[in-house]
Design a protein around this ligand. Structure first.
Ligand code: ADP
Length: 767
């Protein structure tokens, strides 16, 4: 493909049979998906309509991909060129008799997901509508199930991770070795595990996507209601159903949901026992423009040495003049730039340029220095997808997943300027490269073969080259912490303003990192909805245990929906002592006057005077301190196979980057300094407090904080505007009396992957 002079730069085109009529090198079509429709002037829009009509399409049938193709054909195709490209999705014509090129669709080839994927406009500037979750293709592996009389093998929690050791070699089509532990599917031995502390409710255990969990008491199963959303990835459905939850469509009485992002004020409507998979304000680092601004601002404050892990970027049109000033001298060095829409994904709309004229100046774009010397494996460029979980912003608690993905470009890398349009050479996105005829799937998750590897396989390959992967991992950890810290102040403000309970939310991030040929990691972007699509066994191998670990770490408790008798019966059956149900007092954000005073006292001094608080902040623990510490210790106890990277006994070095270092970060810093090597002693201390129910002492305000709404904003996400209570927004219902919601719930059967509205979704009527 790389040698084909008539190859176009759209991945899906290059993968398919290319019929060329009278080809001529001069007529090479440069196709980009670069805000195609916006490139068209009003007059060109008219002409586009004409072309569409000639090809038997209505205007509305044209996707953004087509529009992009049109736009670039207008821009680049010579008028007399006679070419026809047949593709999976599109056929491009241009001919002697037409002054322009045309596109027609191959019927049925553009399904909903592809449309979304290729729509450069849909994804831009609307973070709330952006979904990069799962393309809902069918799984081919064993179905998940949940039935009553299981005879499953029970494994002890402590033997839940086995070590996989295999042979490895660097060359393609060999098997990878790994010295490190790789998780195999962990089967919890109980539905609920007790907290480390007395008078703290237990937590629900999630099993893997591949096995069903332990038997569930019927009364408990009834209240474990997970709200079905259209974006809930299949892998999450599997884990949730196997773990004994019910997935219910159209319920307002839910305890958990996996949803798209919503606007920050919507978080105020979430109830104390409800869990949502996003944190308000995460777009601060989850969009390419805001992420650069956050990191650049820290770079200016703390220096390039500390925050120079991203290539210099310019946000258009604001930074146009700055870019113009640096451009001439770079142009003389033939510098390459990569131009990206600020909030898109999957390589959509990205181009590599070296001329000022090659990108528009009047619309939001990120223009970034192109990393010209990436580390190559088998001559191919690759990037890494790291998974990072943020369970709390204040205090900051960050986890990293030990595995991840290495994604390879499918065309051998060359730095020649003539190859700039070769997307399958310069972009490593799976969504682009999978359409290349060169793309080879990796069917074996242990192998260094094909164009997608696990991170563990990558490590073994790099180790064979003499790379110290432990050190590399430490550098990546540092990059991840600094990336999150860069957005901390915005995230913290949004959280403080909008989140009522420390229980309510968490965020799973996908960090994309590229290594250059000096093994320096460069942050490319942070995804706030990393794809959980698991098309290949290799994806399942990485993302199945990831989701299980994320849900286990994020903490799900039994909702307070059971009466005393039911609670006692369940506790008896599970051989546990109470309490059973979620207790909102433990997660309150309200402080007593004394607690406020302590916060002020310990934050009025600069972090330079760390010794002062490290020595004394733990001396007189207040109930809110104890709550913060027990949540943190319990979470650490649940987090395997995730690695907690913040806080640790060494992470106080990052506190200087955080506004005022914040009280809870200082508290945990002191705690880690004292108890990191002596955890049992710390846990015993906290247990003594909890025995006396000290942690349950809260202010009156804490008891009142429950949002007073009929429906949460999450319940409104997919409701059409006209259905929203005569147009009243739900937020406007805050402070009004609660109406017990009467709803008809549709339950997703445990043995299907039914989508909402699909015929096999059964209906349960609540009495
Ligand atoms: P998207 O969200 O659309 O995937 P990315 O910023 O991740 O956008 O870029 C897509 C791909 O482009 C990356 O996977 C990487 O291969 C390549 N890329 C991005 N930025 C750079 C850069 N500065 N230098 C070199 N390659 C880059």
């Amino acid at each position: 493909m790389a040698n084909n002079p008539y190859h176009t730069s759209v991945g899906n085109i290059s993968s398919c049979s290319t019929q060329t009529l009278k080809p001529s090198p001069a007529s090479k079509i440069v196709v980009n998906t670069f805000h195609g429709s916006n490139l068209l002037s009003a007059q060109q829009h008219d002409e586009k309509s004409k072309i569409l009509t000639q090809n038997g399409l209505t205007k509305s049938a044209a996707t953004a991909l087509e529009t992009s193709l049109y736009a670039s054909l207008y821009a680049h195709a010579p008028q007399n060129a006679v070419q026809q490209y047949t593709t999976n999705s599109a056929r491009i014509y241009s001919g002697e008799h037409t002054p322009y090129a045309g596109v027609s669709l191959n019927k049925g080839s553009l399904d909903h997901d592809r449309r979304h994927e290729d729509d450069p406009c849909a994804a831009i500037d609307d973070i709330n509508n952006y979904d990069d979750s799962d393309s809902e293709e069918d799984y081919v592996s064993t179905p998940f199930y949940l039935d009553e009389d299981s005879t499953e093998t029970r494994q002890s929690r402590h033997t839940r991770y086995q070590v996989e050791k295999t042979q490895s070699k660097e060359s393609i089509a060999t098997t990878a070795t790994t010295d490190s532990e790789v998780s195999v599917y962990f089967k919890p031995d109980a539905i609920l595990s007790p907290s480390l502390f007395p008078h703290v409710p237990p937590y629900l255990n999630f099993t893997s996507h591949a096995d069903k969990g332990p038997p569930m008491p019927a009364a408990l199963h009834r209240v474990l209601k997970w709200k079905l959303s259209p974006v809930m990835p299949k892998i999450v459905k599997r884990v949730v159903l196997n773990s004994g939850f019910r997935i219910i469509k159209n319920t307002t009485d839910w305890m958990a949901v996996w949803e798209k992002h919503m606007k920050s004020p919507g978080f105020r409507t979430i109830r104390s026992h409800q869990k949502y998979n996003h944190i308000p304000g995460s777009f601060r680092i989850g969009r390419k423009d805001t992420m650069w601004r956050s990191i650049y601002s820290n770079m200016k404050k703390f220096g390039k040495k500390d925050f120079g892990f991203m290539q210099k970027s310019y946000i258009m049109p604001d930074d146009l003049e700055n870019l113009r000033q640096v451009w001439p001298k770079n142009a003389s060095k033939l510098t390459k730039w990569i131009v990206k829409p600020p909030a898109s994904a999957r390589g959509t709309g990205i181009r590599i340029v070296n001329k000022w004229s090659q990108f528009p100046k009047d619309r939001p774009l990120v223009v970034q220095k192109y990393i010209e010397r990436p580390l190559l494996i088998n001559d191919n460029k690759f990037d890494m997808r790291l998974y990072v979980i943020l369970t709390s912003i204040n205090p900051l608690r960050i986890y990293m997943y030990k595995d991840g993905l290495a994604r390879f470009a499918s065309v051998k890398y060359s730095s020649e300027l003539s190859n700039l349009d070769e997307r399958c050479m310069h972009l490593t996105n799976y969504s682009i490269n999978k359409f290349s005829q060169n793309y080879s799937k990796n069917e074996d998750f242990n192998a260094c073969q094909g164009h997608k590897w696990t991170l563990q396989s990558l490590w073994s390959c790099l180790e064979n080259r003499g790379v110290n992967t432990k050190r590399l991992w430490a550098t990546l950890r540092n990059l991840v912490i600094k990336g999150i810290v860069s957005g901390e102040s915005g995230l913290n403000r949004m959280y403080r303003q909008n989140v009522n309970f420390r229980y309510n939310c968490f965020e799973l991030f996908g960090f994309d990192v590229l290594l250059d040929d000096n093994l320096v990691p460069w942050l490319l972007e942070i995804n706030i909805s990393p794809s959980l699509h698991s098309e290949l066994p290799l994806d399942l191998h990485v993302k199945g245990p990831l989701i299980q670990a994320v849900l286990n770490t994020a903490l799900y408790q039994v909702p307070p929906k059971l009466n005393d008798r039911q609670q006692h019966e369940i506790l008896d059956e599970l051989n546990l002592t109470g309490p059973l149900c979620h207790d909102k007092r433990i997660f309150t954000t309200c402080l007593t006057a004394e607690e406020v005073r302590k916060h002020n006292q310990y934050t009025n001094r600069n972090i330079e005077f760390r010794e002062e608080y490290v020595d004394t902040i733990l001396d007189n623990l207040l109930p809110d301190d104890v709550r913060c510490l027990i949540i943190t210790e319990d979470e650490l106890n649940r987090c395997k196979p995730l690695e907690r990277i913040f806080p640790t006994s060494g992470t106080h070095i990052y506190l200087k980057y955080i506004e005022n270092a914040r009280y809870y970060n200082r508290l945990l810093d002191a705690w880690e300094t004292k108890y990191a090597k002596n955890r049992e002693q710390g846990i015993a201390l906290l247990s003594r407090y909890c025995k006396d129910k000290y942690h349950l002492q809260v202010s009156d305000a804490a008891m009142e904080k429950e949002p007073n709404v009929a429906l949460t904003e999450i319940d409104m996400l997919h409701v059409k505007k006209e259905e929203v209570l005569d147009g009243a927004t739900n937020l406007s219902l805050l402070k009004q009396p609660v109406h017990p919601s009467v709803s008809t719930e549709t339950v997703l059967p445990a043995n299907t992957d039914s989508k909402p509205g699909s015929p096999d979704a059964s209906t349960e009527h609540k009495s």
